[in-house]
Write a protein that binds this ligand. Structure first.
Ligand SMILES: CC(C)(COP(=O)(O)OP(=O)(O)OC[C@H]1O[C@@H](n2cnc3c(N)ncnc32)[C@H](O)[C@@H]1OP(=O)(O)O)[C@@H](O)C(=O)NCCC(=O)NCCSC(=O)C[C@@H](O)CCCCCCCCCCCCC(=O)O
Ligand SMILES: NC(=O)c1ccc[n+]([C@@H]2O[C@H](COP(=O)([O-])OP(=O)(O)OC[C@H]3O[C@@H](n4cnc5c(N)ncnc54)[C@H](O)[C@@H]3O)[C@@H](O)[C@H]2O)c1
Length: 715
């Protein structure tokens, strides 16, 4: 899995071969040991170049090996041997040098890279740290602050950025291996003393203790309970304060604490799930590998409110031409201004040039007549959308895909308004649409495989994690959110405060609890939806609606004009309208006391365990219903939707993975317990799929799809 050839007379060229990313599997590691030994002992070899075949240097350790028994030679001694070699070793980096791949390059004496190659130490995103010397060599090479940034965020750099930071010695736009071989020939016989990074002193900031204290505080705050970023800081601190050998020992100790952790398992599950969801399939049998996307270069966006603006920016940044239509003149002007601002800021942050001239604005719907795909983002009003889809179906080209950004309305019904229902799918973006990574692609029974494939491909071009899901009210994400939010309100009726509920969820790892989140997005949004569903009875306090338990608390707050941050009060109090600093509101406390008294509710103490169980198990239970109905193809789809769209802590793997870690039998038992206490709450009734999985012995999450597909008795 690694080959040695002699090129240009005296250069030993070692090529890693393990497609697609030359991951450092046991066989590759053994290959490196053997080829390095041969190259070093061959008198005809004067210098060495290490490269990867097929245009990729190395994607790091083989993550698939982490789940099982690790065999084969370990990386640390291999890299130490390379660094200690008395012949110059040059890394020729094409494609990617990530994780162990970059650590291999850091053990070499020189690094030459393609300008567009991706370099980085992304182990933290897998719940690990760079444990083949990365935490000790990188700070010695580029200094502590820059190394900390890369190691604690895991972000990737381009070759050009890596050159600026001093990680590589040369960047080329020519053939990288040829450039490296030429370079290797030119340095034969030169001293390697200053090229062995492990022997260099570690450049440190002045007051090192205060510096690390500050860094640790910042990292802990943004980690939301993830342990790997904290361990990364500790490892770099060891590089800054200890000799290399002791630092390496500390790196290994810290890695040992992370390696078998539940968080590492969850994060590695997320890595593979993100790839699993791109391989979509639908119950009708259409699949990613048999459905060819239609080429799309020009897209129409209808409605330039909150969502339409972000979608326009996302499309333009992906290099597509956009025709943006808004009927309200004033909105149009505001939208043009907002889109330019978003583009400028994003372009500046990404270091790319502006792409605003690809957008054409119009107040006439006819402007989209020649686009290949339309994304509708007008008000959430079925009558309005029906009319629009009828018009679009007539005025667009016969093969134009018509997509809706609706958050909950029936995609099949919209499709039925058009001449070609097979060309209609949902493209459900999340706000802000140019930032949020999630895209739910909603197919109906009549959607053509090509329509789904095209929407999925377009999502990918915009850098989204696209998940294909079936059509139902709220699709996957919002449907599961409903029981979660409802449970939170029930808990407040029963005696909790919004602060108690939010604190428990934030300690679990959500960036915001239910109530802070509702205040941010606006209480009126849910109010409108409940009104449309006929659930709102103005001024009424009844706790049963449409035959099931209902909490009117949100409606009562809206009736008081409390819409959240935008009005300066909602579940919390804010200094002023638009302010973000949430304070507990004494008014709300007395309002709740009065409410409970009028309802005859006796307030009780509610602890964080109950908050987590009631909110999360209700959400998870709905996830099982969704899987059972085939709305999501597998647990990975649900988990990626929650991680990328709803802030579910990635280090918990998503709701379904979390349930598998808690134990399905335990989740079932607690749901049964709460259902007995609250028989009027239907979403606490355990899903029959959950029961089936438990009676099948609670198999690993990777096996759930088999059980879901198995025919079963409905008794
Ligand atoms: C490389 C990429 C950027 C390429 O992206 P692209 O879009 O082109 O392709 P895909 O992402 O679709 O990938 C294609 C295909 O390849 C699979 N794959 C990718 N990378 C890997 C990998 N590293 N390992 C395995 N498989 C990989 C991917 O799954 C796709 O296949 P699929 O079938 O799913 O379609 C991009 O792929 C990417 O970003 N890859 C990951 C890069 C990364 O994160 N690298 C870091 C890996 S971790 C690492 O390197 C650790 C090192 O620091 C070494 C540490 C040594 C530790 C050894 C263990 C010590 C244990 C000590 C504990 C002791 C405990 C005790 O004492 O008990
Ligand atoms: N806001 C969110 O967080 C969010 C998230 C996901 C999905 N959505 C969905 O996206 C859609 C739009 O939501 P929004 O929050 O951007 O709404 P919005 O009220 O901010 O904007 C809607 C825009 O559509 C325009 N419009 C109305 N009728 C039109 C027509 N016939 N032709 C052209 N423009 C027209 C309005 O003037 C307005 O500018 C809704 O279906 C909503 O459910 C919203």
């Amino acid at each position: 899995m690694a080959a040695l050839t002699r090129v240009s007379g005296s250069v030993g060229l070692i090529s890693l071969l393990n497609p697609p990313v030359n991951a450092l599997s046991a066989a590759v590691r053994q290959g490196i040991v053997d080829t390095v030994r041969r190259a070093v002992s061959d008198p005809q070899v004067k210098s060495v170049v290490i490269c990867g075949q097929n245009g990729v240097f190395c994607g790091g350790a083989d993550i698939k090996e982490f789940g099982g028994h690790m065999s084969g030679p370990p990386l640390v001694p291999i890299f130490n041997t390379i660094e200690a070699a008395d012949k110059p070793v040059v890394a020729a980096i094409e494609g990617s040098a990530l994780g162990g791949g970059l650590e291999l390059a850091l053990a070499c004496h020189y690094r030459i890279t393609q300008s567009k190659a991706r370099l980085g130490l992304p182990e933290v995103s897998l719940g690990l740290l760079p444990a083949a010397g990365g935490t000790q060599r990188l700070p010695r090479l580029i200094g502590v602050p820059a190394a900390l940034d890369l190691i604690t965020t895991g972000r990737h750099l381009t070759g050009a950025e890596a050159l600026k930071l001093g990680i590589v010695d040369q960047v080329t736009d020519q053939n990288t291996v040829e450039a490296a071989v030429k370079f290797a020939l030119s340095i034969v016989g030169q001293s390697l003393e200053s090229r062995r990074i492990s022997t260099l002193p570690c450049p440190c900031p002045a007051d090192i203790d205060a510096f690390f204290e500050g860094v640790m505080q910042r990292v802990k705050k943004s980690a939301h309970g993830a342990i790997a970023p904290v361990a990364c800081v500790q490892a770099v601190q060891a590089a800054a304060t200890l000799p290399f050998t002791q630092g390496m020992q500390r790196e290994q100790e810290l890695m040992a604490t992370l390696f078998g952790s539940g968080q590492a398992r969850a994060l590695q599950y997320c890595f593979f799930s993100q790839r699993v969801v791109s391989k979509w399939s639908s119950p009708s049998g259409s699949r990613w590998d048999t459905s060819k996307p239609k080429p799309v270069t020009k897209v129409g966006v209808i409605g330039l409110g909150t969502m339409g603006r972000g979608i326009t920016v996302a499309l333009a940044l992906a290099g597509l031409s956009v025709v943006a239509v808004e009927t309200q003149q004033q909105q149009m002007m505001a939208a043009q201004h907002a889109v330019s601002g978003m583009l400028e800021r994003t372009a500046r942050r990404r270091g790319v040039s502006l792409v605003g001239d690809q957008i054409r604005y119009s107040v006439e719907l006819e402007a989209v007549a020649d686009v290949e795909l339309v994304i509708e983002a007008v008000f959430e009003d079925m009558a309005l959308k029906e009319k629009l889809f009828k018009q679009l179906s007539t005025l667009c080209k016969a093969d134009t895909l018509l997509c809706s950004n609706t958050s909950s309305l029936d995609i099949d019904h919209l499709a039925s308004q058009t001449h070609s229902p097979q060309l209609v799918v949902g493209m459900h973006f999340f706000a802000p649409a140019h930032v949020m990574k999630l895209l739910e692609v909603v197919y109906g029974p009549r959607s053509a495989p090509q329509a789904v494939a095209t929407a999925m491909e377009l999502g990918k071009r915009m850098g989204k994690v696209s998940v294909a899901v079936g059509n139902c009210s709220g699709f996957v994400g919002n449907r599961m959110l409903m029981p979660y939010v409802e449970e939170a309100s029930f808990l407040v009726e029963e005696g909790a405060s919004p602060e108690i509920v939010d604190r428990a969820l934030e300690e679990f790892g959500f960036p915001m609890g239910v109530f802070r989140m509702s205040d941010l997005s606006g209480l009126d949004v849910g109010w409108k939806v409940r009104k449309a569903r006929g659930l709102v009875e103005p001024g009424q306090m009844s706790r049963v609606r449409q035959g099931r338990r209902y909490s009117p608390l949100g409606d009562l707050l809206c009736e008081q004009g409390r819409f959240g941050q935008k009005t300066g009060r909602g579940w919390y109090l804010y200094d002023s309208a638009g302010s973000r600093e949430a304070q507990p509101d004494p008014w709300l406390q007395s309002f709740l006391e009065e409410y409970r008294a009028r309802q005859g509710l006796v307030s009780r103490r509610i602890d964080s365990q109950e908050v987590l169980e009631r909110c999360l198990y209700a959400l998870i239970n709905e996830g099982f219903n969704i899987l059972q109905e085939g709305i999501a193809a597998g647990p990975e789809d649900i988990d990626m939707i929650y991680v990328f769209g709803y802030g579910f802590p990635r280090h918990r793997g998503g709701p379904m993975f979390y349930a598998s870690q808690v134990g399905l039998a335990q989740v079932l038992q607690r749901l049964e317990h709460y259902q007995q206490l609250h028989p009027d709450i239907p979403h606490l009734r355990p899903s029959s799929l959950l029961r089936r999985l438990v009676s099948s012995g609670s198999p690993r999450i990777q096996r759930w799809r088999e059980i879901i597909r198995m025919p079963h008795s409905s008794l």
